[in-house]
Write a protein that binds this ligand. Structure first.
Ligand code: ATP
Length: 610
């Protein structure tokens, strides 16, 4: 598993940045050779000192020593460049690879047409690991870290070879020891990484609290409600909870590492003592002694583990998670979903739908991981080109119904028919482009006003006329004109020259965004509480424009405000997971049911509804 992760990061690096990969391999060889060459050159220099002292610097021995000294000094100077070169290579490689891994992540999480996976703890755990959040290790650094550590290992093996050149038993003995020890040492490092992996969900929650203080929205409430210490406490408590079960294991691992280290130190101490004795008895030269004494610690790189290995294993641990995310989520792609009950009708062209009506037939829905149906046998017809208001108490399932209509989730029972074709038989992505929604919690992109409205709808250039038209209809034209840079103003105070908007101003832009999508071909317009953040005058203007806004499209408006609701062609009351009343405003008032009661209550209390 791990070796395939190693091969995987190297393959990805080689294909994403071949030149850089080649440079990294050259660096690896230099990394392996240079430290040893420097040490040998220094050993030679020191070994030549007695003869040079005895014969004088002008003698051949003196010259040889000076040449060796020059070479050792030069090589040492070059070896000092290894650090900066490695830093530069790592920085560039990480920048390149983070683009690659981020793209894979974005593609993976965007692959399903639905959104269930974004609430699936197993997927979120994988996501957290794939992003390197668990151990704060950037996975994009894995390739260079691996190449760097491989260079270190080779350097250690070469040091063993140099030792063997002097005393074969010493070189081979040290190498054999590391070959035996490296496996269990790496297994210990991996099991430390495993302790994090097992606690992913709790760690995720812990990091959530750690990151909350940075979010402007949360920052307000953290201050107002004095939550700073609580936040730190929650983060700490969850971290402890996540790690506590593994502390005993970590202690066990650390004990083993300490034991193995003591064994290794013992072997090295004995080796050094043997070398000292040999020098004392003049069975080795001073030069050989110096080379071997410096090579001994250098040979540790052949198999020892350190923080860099822990970091590398942490990075590699994210590779299988990213792969699994990619394969699992892309396998559940939208077009596979389309091969549902109406497989033969999958060739129906989606553009222009619905021309007749959208029918919810006995639709039931239950959120994954819950045990209660939100919708139970819901029947509803949305006639093409007309507006339907959905009313119901909080939690009645109005937004859920929109989620099904946009095919972000599929019903657990029943069917939704578009001009008689089951929605499950239409390609989900294409269908989603037919639906323009102003969500209650629409996204406030930190982009320009133009991008916030036009985004990259269907690609291509922004249609300036359509942009002006939708801004007018959404009541956002004056607002955009008043911005310092007009349509080019970045709508976020977090960026240079940017400025934020009020809730109501944002809501108008969100409406303009949906209307622009309609201009570009969407056939269903959904307005979920479209006036919730508007002031009284803006709301009144919205009512006046309601017919214009919904003209020619099949629209669904969800609202608790009856002044908006009554303007719809038809009104459906959602109660107990089904539609309990359905008709025009006048019909429902005459029926004197729940709608009439809710309407009268609002008029009596707030004078609304006119
Ligand atoms: N992602 C989710 N996972 C589990 N349950 C959910 C999820 N989203 C909503 N629910 C539950 O489904 C029910 C219906 O929620 P929904 O948001 O559709 O109600 P609503 O009618 O739009 O309410 P409101 O008027 O407050 O906006 C609620 O009981 C809610 O708790």
């Amino acid at each position: 598993m791990r070796s395939s992760a190693r091969a995987r990061v190297l393959r990805d690096f080689a294909s994403a940045a071949p030149g850089l990969f080649a440079a990294a391999l050259v660096f690896m060889v230099v990394e392996a050779l240079l430290p040893n060459v420097v040490l040998v050159a220094m050993g030679r220099t020191v070994g030549g000192i007695p003869a040079a002292v005895e014969d004088g610097l002008g003698s051949p021995a003196g010259h040889r020593m000076l040449v060796d000294l020059g070479a050792a000094g030069g090589l040492y100077a070059v070896s000092l460049l290894r650090g900066p070169v490695e830093d530069a290579l790592s920085t560039v490689a990480q920048a390149r690879m983070s683009v690659v891994t981020r793209r894979r992540l974005i593609e993976a999480v965007s692959a399903p047409a639905g959104i269930d996976h974004l609430e699936d703890p197993a997927v979120l755990d994988r996501l957290s690991s794939a992003q390197g959040e668990l151990m704060s290790q950037e996975p994009a650094g894995a390739a260079m870290a691996l190449i760097g550590r491989t260079g270190d290992r080779l350097s250690g093996v070469l040091a063993c070879a140099v030792l063997a050149a002097f005393h074969w038993w010493l070189g081979l003995g040290v190498l054999a020891m590391w070959l035996v020890l490296n496996r269990p040492l790496r297994a210990l490092v991996r099991s430390r990484v495993g302790t994090y992996r097992r606690a992913t969900e709790t760690l995720r929650r812990s990091w959530y609290f750690a990151g909350l203080a940075r979010r402007p929205q949360a920052a307000k409430e953290i201050r107002v409600f004095g939550l700073g210490d609580w936040l730190v406490g929650r983060h700490r408590a969850l971290y402890d909870e996540a790690m506590r079960p593994s502390w005993a294991e970590l202690r066990r691992i650390n004990r083993r590492i300490a034991l193995l280290s003591a064994l290794v130190l013992g072997v090295y101490a004995v080796s050094a003592a043997l070398l000292g004795r040999a020098a004392y008895h003049h069975t080795i030269t001073l030069g050989a002694l110096v080379v071997m004494l410096t090579m001994l610690p250098a040979s540790m790189q052949a198999g020892s583990v350190n923080a860099a290995d822990f970091a590398l294993e942490g990075m590699l641990a994210s590779v299988p998670d990213l792969d699994a995310l990619t394969s699992d989520l892309t396998a559940a792609g939208p077009d596979e979903d389309a091969a549902g009950p109406g497989k033969d009708t999958a060739a129906v062209p989606v553009a222009g739908l619905p021309r007749e009506d959208v029918v919810f037939a006995s639709v039931a829905f239950r959120y994954p991981g819950t045990d209660q149906d939100v919708l139970t046998g819901l029947d509803l017809v949305l006639a093409a080109g007309t507006s339907t208001a959905i009313v119901g108490v909080n939690g009645a399932g109005k937004t859920t119904l929109v989620t099904l209509l946009a095919r972000l989730r599929d019903p657990t029972a029943g069917r939704i028919l578009i001009d008689g074709v089951p929605l499950s038989a239409l390609p989900a992505r294409e269908w989603q482009r037919q639906v323009a929604v102003v969500y209650q919690d629409f996204t406030r992109f930190p982009l320009t006003a133009r991008e916030n409205v036009a985004l990259d709808l269907l690609g291509g250039p922004v249609d300036a006329e359509a942009l002006a038209r939708v801004a007018r209809r959404a009541g956002a034209a004056d607002l955009v004109d008043g911005l310092p840079g007009g349509w080019d103003t970045v709508l976020s105070a977090q960026y240079e020259g940017g400025q934020d908007l009020s809730g109501g101003q944002w809501q108008r832009l969100a409406l303009a965004r949906a209307l622009y999508a309609v201009e570009r071909g969407a056939r269903i317009l959904v307005l979920d509480e479209p006036t919730a953040q508007l002031d009284v005058r803006a709301e009144a203007r919205f009512y006046d424009r309601f017919l214009d806004i919904t003209k020619g499209v099949t629209s669904v408006v969800i609202s608790h405000r009856f002044s908006t609701v009554r303007r719809a062609d038809r009104i459906a009351v959602l109660d107990g997971g089904r539609v309990t009343e359905n008709g025009t405003h006048d019909e429902l008032l005459r029926a004197d049911g729940t709608y009439a009661e809710m309407f009268r209550l609002q008029v009596a209390r707030f004078g609304e509804g006119r």
